[in-house]
Design a protein around this ligand. Structure first.
Ligand SMILES: *Cc1c(COP(=O)(O)O)cnc(C)c1O
Length: 376
């Protein structure tokens, strides 16, 4: 495979971000220092929630949500098969069982209409995912969770800055999560955050991220089983600096989306551009197009390799979680169980998308895509 001339994604790190990081490196407080609460307060204020707890990754944030809610052995959590694998793995860490239900064909988010039929006496929670930045139908998910006394987790690792009806992504349900890997809207290198209005969840997450220590107890006293899921002050400083720039990132990414929409319109018989829920302000994570139904999954895979050969970064987003080899092995999942998710997964591909992408780069991607579609 040749080197991509236009990458699939790329972080936007400024001289100001670098200065914020090096300033921490000139102090002795590289971890458990002042940058952590500063970053947490900034994220809590941005999201409009009471507490934010910084952790080492989005996966760690999801794991702590599951544990803080007391979800364990044999409990079932209803979730989507069309997501990054971590959104279901967090249940397996605690021997809980992900009960997948199919998604909405337009938004690719969990379809609330499928949830009630999947509820059993063992169901403890619903975990919804804001896919590619598009928020799930949280009003409906909150209604179903309340009606059946289920906990509700929002995996908002792809949607920092999206909002619906004036509420920020991450603020729905009992608790939400963000992630700061370099392909996300903003980055700390590696990092994540639990956000919640619930004091008990925030305290549990704070203790568990730091080896089970009570914030008030002695250093070597461990009240509960914990982990080292701490974020460093170096990473938090980058987070504070990036968060200040997030509104610009979101705006620039929206501009790239509109360039794509225009450039791709002559190809509308081949590829469909993303559709949005009414009333949603999307903070775009990745730019995923869907091939027309007449294309097969192997056409899509061939398209990806041809694009890559021409230097265009791209990827199949997402392979379904229930069809990942170890999920098939553990739970015996098969194709045809979730036809909407499987069909979407077979027909979608992510095109190059990042904050600093230029209109010229968008035009080049679309021109190569046009040529490659003609020979497919
Ligand atoms: C990125 C992401 C995560 C968390 O990822 P980390 O790499 O652990 O930070 C979780 N869920 C979804 C849907 C994601 O896209």
């Amino acid at each position: 495979m040749s080197q991509s001339t236009i990458p699939l994604s790329s972080p936007d790190v400024s001289e100001e971000d670098i200065a914020a990081v090096t300033a921490v490196l000139r102090t002795p407080r590289l971890s458990l220092g002042p940058k952590i609460p500063e970053f947490e307060q900034a994220v809590a204020a941005f999201t409009g929630v009471k507490h934010a707890v910084a952790v080492s990754s989005g996966t760690a944030a999801l794991h702590l949500c599951v544990r803080a809610l007391g979800i364990g052995d044999g409990d079932e959590v209803i979730t989507t098969p069309f997501s990054f694998v971590a959104s279901a793995n967090c249940m397996l860490f605690e021997r809980a069982v992900p009960r997948f239900v199919d998604i909405e064909p337009e938004t690719f988010c969990i379809d609330p209409a499928n949830i009630e039929a999947a509820i059993t006496p063992n169901t403890k929670a619903i975990l919804g995912v804001d896919v590619f930045g598009q928020t799930a139908d949280w009003n409906e998910l909150e209604r179903i969770a309340a009606k059946h006394h289920l906990a509700l987790i929002e995996d908002s690792c792809e949607a920092l800055g999206s909002s619906v009806g004036g509420r920020q992504a991450g603020a729905f349900g009992d608790c939400g999560t963000f992630a700061f890997y370099p392909n996300k809207q903003m980055t700390t290198g590696e990092g994540g955050m639990v956000v919640t209005d619930r004091d008990d969840i925030a305290l549990a997450a704070r203790m568990m991220r730091n080896q089970g220590r009570d914030p008030d107890s002695a250093w070597l006293e461990h009240k509960v089983l914990g982990y080292n899921y701490r974020l460093s002050d170096i990473a938090a400083a980058l987070g504070i600096s990036q968060l200040k720039r997030l509104p610009q990132f979101i705006e620039k990414r929206a501009r790239v989306v509109s360039w794509y929409a225009e450039a791709l319109s002559p190809l509308h018989e081949h590829v469909r551009t993303p559709l949005l829920h009414d009333g949603t302000d999307v903070s775009w994570f990745v730019y995923v197009v869907r091939l027309a139904d007449r294309y097969s999954a192997s056409d899509r895979d061939r398209l990806i390799s041809l694009l890559r050969e021409r230097g265009i970064g791209c990827n199949a987003y997402f392979p379904c979680i229930h069809l990942q080899p170890f999920y098939q092995k553990i739970y015996g999942h098969k194709r045809v169980e979730f036809p909407v998710a499987e069909s979407v997964s077979d027909h979608t591909l992510a095109l190059p998308f990042f904050t600093g992408m230029t209109e010229k780069q968008v035009a080049e991607v679309v021109s190569v895509l046009t040529e490659v579609l003609a020979v497919l």
